[in-house]
Design a protein around this ligand. Structure first.
Ligand code: HEM
Ligand code: HEM
Length: 197
């Protein structure tokens, strides 16, 4: 049976990310998709209607959860740095690294812009009816349009970069067949694949 922390004989580093990183990675991906789709969907809903308001509530709640997941992810990444699989070498490895750091940076900026945009309107960020995060910093309403434009532009950048990142992972898996995707899958996914060969 393959151990969760099995070591790659060539690189002497773990074959896959640890369980916490895997869980936080897929939670981030699901939340980013929810945030993007909720925001795109409310454009089609009637202005001032219940559907539009509900989609915004979903967006704010998913934004708060993403913030918590993201903080945990960064802490977990730093604490478990030694159990991270070795990065790919060469030009493709450098491109992948840029995309990963770019995504981390994009998410931090997007989270900051999301809260600031709402706070610039003098409004709290609600987690449904459970709790609200009131303006923690004074953000002038003068910046309202700028913050909105930046939030909307960065949303598209994150979606484009993460789609290219996902396509690269699938290309590695199905065309190059180097097991890159399995680094981000739980241990049993690899065991299932090796028994089906
Ligand atoms: C990767 C994560 C996120 C993506 C992809 C995303 C995407 C979007 C998009 C596309 C819009 C619509 C922009 C427009 O109408 O021009 C929007 C609006 C908004 N987002 Fe996000 N967002 C994200 C994270 C967040 C976070 C973390 C918060 C803060 C809790 C947040 C708060 C807001 C607010 C306040 C609005 C304006 C809603 C309104 O019109 O009242 N977003 N977001
Ligand atoms: C919004 C969606 C996504 C975001 C923000 C995202 C972000 C990231 C980041 C930041 C890393 C680097 C982890 C680290 O070393 O700290 C990573 C790794 C990885 N991601 Fe994603 N990801 C997303 C979606 C996906 C999807 C849909 C797939 C697969 C179809 C995928 C497959 C992978 C794989 C295989 C790795 C490991 C790559 C390696 O170490 O060589 N990701 N992701």
């Amino acid at each position: 049976m393959t151990s969760v922390y099995s070591i790659n004989a060539n690189t002497q580093s773990p074959e896959r990310y640890n369980r916490g990183m895997i869980l936080l990675h897929w939670a981030t991906a699901a939340l980013v998709l929810t945030l993007f789709l909720s925001a795109e969907a409310w454009d089609f809903a009637e202005r001032g209607g219940a559907v539009r308001a509900d989609l915004k509530l979903v967006h704010y709640a998913a934004g708060i959860i993403l913030t918590a997941v993201f903080i945990c992810r960064i802490i977990w990444r730093i604490v478990s740095a030694k159990s991270i699989p070795a990065a790919e070498k060469g030009l493709m490895g450098a491109v992948a690294k840029c995309a990963h750091y770019g995504l981390y940076l994009g998410l931090i900026v997007q989270i900051a812009l999301g809260f600031s945009w709402r706070w610039s309107q003098g409004r709290a960020v609600d987690f449904f009816n459970f709790f609200s995060i009131p303006p923690l910093l004074p953000v002038s309403s003068e910046y309202r349009h700028l913050l909105g434009d930046l939030h909307s532009a960065i949303a598209w950048i994150i979606i484009v970069v993460s789609t290219l990142h996902a396509v690269a992972a699938l290309f590695h898996h199905f065309v190059i067949k180097d097991g890159t995707l399995l680094k981000m899958m739980p241990a049993h996914a690899k065991a299932a694949q090796s028994t089906s060969r």
